[in-house]
Ligand binder design. Structure first.
Ligand code: MUC
Ligand code: MG
Length: 381
């Protein structure tokens, strides 16, 4: 008689970790990051872990850390208790109809199921996804201190340390003239050879974007990320059509359906795919397949996850045939501390993919205890 392992319990905890410096984006300034850490215990004795984050509470999108925890504890966990822990697809399918949206929560749960299943089979998560096409992934760094001189110093030190050589600048918080001057100062400080991209996080209207992108193109910026509202798909298409510099959709592209619709409208040259926005690792691969079919480039995006979420994304991106634009899986490096026993390895400008079973990272119970929000009177930063 064969024995089917099932889900025994699902636990969630909110963990607040301080950042190494203020991280200034168009919609929020971060001094800490909140991780929703999910642990799934199975009847055959495995504990799989997953993670969800967002940026600035509800400033980035419609899902907050507190809401993700509530969705899992109140709605997802009762549905999944007793479900087949050895069949991740079938178990995730149980959520499709009763749980609308909530892609961040679903991504964390799917990650934990894949981690547990990988441990059970003695295989890394990328093997469960069909196999990795690379053993490491290029990772850029976001310069977002708000100060051009500090940003240049930061970038030069990271190039010297062979940790990052491509830099994304967060703009859209200030006037267009100030933003362009900021990018120009960083371009001067780093020289013409260093690849720079910008992320506007939807802050511009279309007229501002037309002026802004023209100036940034002159400064040799390589990629323009989500310059206008995610809802203005036609505007995005007009910008993609008008400029030579590639326009990348981020907030506008969540899953395979968005990838298809944007491609049908010719709305973007590149997609920033995020496991949280897609609703998991498999949904990310499905969105990537649509991008490939449409001839749209792929970039491995982040919601500034810690080590668990970042490595989960890395497993997925390692299995994508074309990662033309590299990744930004630097989230753990923006945090002063971690909640896993061994920090991720960044070497020669790339994140190294773990080869051990499951995700290849394990929770540090002491760190969780120290940083968990519900531990009485913990300061956040
Ligand atoms: C975003 O919008 O892309 C990625 C890097 C970073 O600094 O913020 C994120 C979110
Ligand atoms: Mg972005």
């Amino acid at each position: 008689m064969s024995y089917t392992p099932s889900i025994e319990s699902i636990d969630t905890v909110l963990v607040d970790l301080p950042t190494i410096r203020p991280h200034k984006l168009a919609m929020a300034t971060m001094s800490h990051q909140t991780l929703v850490v999910v642990s799934i215990r199975t009847t055959d004795g495995f504990v799989g872990i997953g993670e969800a984050t967002t940026i600035g509470g509800l400033a980035y999108g419609e899902q907050s850390p507190e809401g993700i925890k509530l969705a899992i504890d109140t709605y997802i966990s009762p549905l999944l208790r007793g479900a087949d822990a050895g069949n991740v697809n079938a178990t995730m399918q149980l959520l499709v109809s009763p749980i609308q949206g909530n892609s961040f929560a679903k991504s964390a749960v799917e990650t934990a199921l894949l981690d547990a299943h990988g441990q059970r089979l003695g295989l890394p998560v990328h093997a469960l996804l069909g196999g990795a096409l690379r053993t490491s992934l290029p990772v850029l760094w976001t310069l977002a201190s708000g100060d051009a001189t500090r940003d240049v110093d930061e970038a030069l030190a990271l190039i010297e340390a062979r940790r990052h050589r491509v830099f994304k600048l967060k703009i859209g918080r200030r006037s267009l003239a100030d933003d362009v001057a900021h990018v120009a100062a960083i371009r001067r400080g780093l020289g013409g050879e260093v690849m720079l991209t910008v992320d506007v996080n939807q802050a511009w209207d279309e007229a501002t974007a037309v002026r802004g992108i023209a100036s940034l193109e002159d400064l040799g910026v390589a990629l323009i990320e989500q310059p206008i509202s995610r809802r203005n798909r036609r505007g995005l298409a007009r910008l993609a059509d008008r400029f030579d510099v590639p326009v990348m959709a981020d907030e506008a592209v969540h899953d395979a359906q968005d990838a298809f619709d944007l491609a049908a409208d010719g709305a973007a040259d590149v997609y920033a795919l995020k496991i949280s926005q897609a609703g998991g690792l498999w949904p990310t691969l499905r969105a990537a397949a649509v991008a490939d079919a449409a001839g749209v480039g792929i970039y491995g995006g982040t919601l500034l996850e810690g080590s668990i979420g970042s490595i989960a994304a890395a497993h997925a991106f390692s299995a994508c045939p074309h990662m033309t634009w590299g990744t930004e899986l630097f989230g753990p490096l923006l945090l002063k501390d971690d909640v896993v026993t061994e920090r991720l390895v960044y070497r020669d400008f790339e994140l190294q993919l773990p080869q051990g079973p499951g995700l290849g990272v394990r929770l540090d119970a002491n760190k969780i205890d120290f940083y968990r929000r519900d531990r009485a009177s913990r300061p956040v930063a």
